[in-house]
Design a protein around this ligand. Structure first.
Ligand SMILES: O=C(O)CCC(=O)C(=O)O
Ligand SMILES: [Fe+2]
Length: 337
């Protein structure tokens, strides 16, 4: 039984046969990716935060803050998560995606919630809004409900989430101290009940031409930490150009999300990023989104304020409405004062 979603049929049923035929056609992705020659995504050695050497710690903090302001993205190395944790998580991720498509779209399996599984983009109003990927969302509060399934799903996800949350907390603590943010915001974040993992699987291009594995977007989170395999395809937008984020087996990719941009009054950048579909192979990644509880109010305590106060629930509901109506999230610009 096929595990791959029927992307081609689905795409054609929404958009007809309007797909570009030539392999060099990039009219949907509008790609002109530049490689990072000269422009190097900052790499931060996280061990300097905890090594006990004050000079190194201060330099590390400075680099991280500069990266969050200028790039909204950085890579971290020496984060202390054992390689085995990623390897085991990839095995479980593969097993979930390898289930027959009909089983993945069914109500629920392995203790996953019924809306955990997503694919394509049912709300796409143009081909450029269609993502050739599938994903499972697992909220941290749902992990205890996962079944072991005769395998190690629950324990593996539990270990992964604990490790990645520890790293996320370390980074949030550094970034939050450098801007005028009331630390009460982060009290409930460290409980991490509403934070979630998103397991992504990108399929090889089905039409021969370049397509999006994931359409350009910003993350709604405070912060996102991404583990990607060695295939590549992630790109971020800087100075109106798309720049590829090269996979590095030792590194995790961190990016600022919309909530941190709002809370820092626009000092930290929630940068648009996208994934270009791989050629002739599959790609896996695991994103961890640090999110507040739904009722958390997001507000910068200083003047002048860029954004009006809003709750995380309000932001999510507005984004969901926008995606339904336009196929795309409008995002923070809706909340500008
Ligand atoms: O898979 C990737 O490289 C990026 C994933 C991503 O941006 C997301 O899940 O929001
Ligand atoms: Fe993202």
């Amino acid at each position: 039984m096929a595990s791959q979603p029927p992307f081609q049929t689905n795409f054609c049923s929404i958009f007809g046969s309007s797909f570009p035929k030539s392999t060099s056609d990039n009219s949907y992705t509008n790609t002109s990716t530049i490689q990072t020659a000269g422009l190097k995504l900052p790499v931060i050695d996280l061990s300097h935060l905890t090594s006990g050497e004050e000079v190194k710690r201060k330099r590390c903090v400075k680099q991280m803050v500069a990266a969050a302001k200028e790039w909204g993205f950085f890579q971290i190395v020496n984060h202390g998560i054992p390689r085995k944790v990623f390897e085991m998580m990839l095995v479980e991720e593969k097993k979930l995606f390898d289930r027959p498509f009909s089983s993945k779209v069914r109500e629920s399996f392995s203790g996953l919630s019924k809306n955990s599984y997503r694919w394509g983009n049912p709300n796409a109003s143009s081909p450029a809004q269609y993502s050739f990927s599938e994903a499972f969302h697992i909220t941290l509060s749902e992990i205890p409900k996962l079944s072991e399934d005769g395998n190690n799903l629950r324990t593996t996800v539990e270990t992964y989430a604990q490790e990645i949350a520890r790293v996320a907390q370390l980074i949030c603590e550094v970034l939050v101290k450098q801007v005028n943010v009331n630390s009460k915001y982060f009290e409930n974040i460290y409980e991490l009940k509403n934070s979630f993992l998103r397991l992504n699987k990108y399929h090889p291009r089905v039409f021969g031409s370049e397509v999006f594995g994931l359409v350009p977007h910003t993350d709604t989170s405070f912060l996102t930490i991404l583990f990607q395999d060695q295939i590549g395809g992630l790109e971020l937008k800087k100075n109106e150009q798309w720049i590829s984020v090269k996979p590095c087996s030792e590194a995790l990719t961190v990016n600022v999300g919309d909530m941190f941009q709002a809370l820092s009054n626009g000092v930290y950048q929630s940068v648009r990023h996208r994934v270009i579909s791989p050629v002739n192979m599959e790609r896996l990644s695991i994103a961890f989104f640090v999110c507040p509880n739904l009722e958390t109010e997001i507000e910068y305590f200083g003047y002048p304020k860029k954004y009006r106060r809003f709750s995380f629930r309000e932001y999510k509901e507005q984004s969901e409405r926008d995606v339904k109506e336009t196929g795309d999230k409008v995002g923070l610009s809706r909340f500008l004062i």
